[in-house]
Design a protein around this ligand. Sequence first.
Ligand code: ADP
Length: 223
Amino acid sequence: ELEQFAYIASHDLKEPLRKIESASSFLVEDHAGALNEDAQTLLSVASDAASRMRSLIEDLLRFARIGTATLELECVSLEVPLTESIRNLSSVVDEAGAVFHFVDLPRVYCDPGLLRQLFQNLISNAIKYRTDEAPEITVDAEVSDEICVVTVSDNGIGIEAKYAKRIFEIFQRLHNRGAYSGTGIGLAICKRIVERHEGRIWLEEGHVGGSRFHFTLPLRATK
Ligand code: ADP
């Protein structure tokens, strides 16, 4: 129900938002001369708020779609979605000088497109929440009877244990927009993706020197 609501609400909100955006840009382009400095400042506050609302709506739609998408399951090496996600992030990876460590990752039963999105969210956070050091990101996997536990670690600013649950909730952020950009949906999407694979995701509490996330995936088809 939440997904249905999110889907409809975000669709319906797009139309009034489009009107706010086009009215603001009309004012800026055609009437800027008629506005005093205060009015121009207020107008740019309104435009910024509208573009932020667009990001929130689009993220909400992405989140809702993951809940309803049909899974395209196949048995693939984890390296496939992982390397694709790194390639998709190549400009931020290069800009931050991020280094990756992973070897011989196992084959898992998953939707590779969703797994790519999952890695992309974890890796872009690892880069975004870095310290002054170049980001080092390690991906390991441990295989037991039926499942694979994947670990993604970074050497960034880390997350206090008291926030371990809250970070996975939709639109929950630990920093304000001035410090780091974002809408607070990345980890909620990761949780949704893992849950669609009947797995779970968690933050390792008490890990020092960065953040360490674990998630589980099935090794074979269960249905
Ligand atoms: P966003 O990055 O848009 O805020 P997320 O849902 O991806 O949203 O993350 C939620 C919060 O968890 C972030 O605001 C940040 O404070 C924290 N976080 C997520 N990943 C990391 C990480 N790798 N290192 C440090 N903090 C992180």
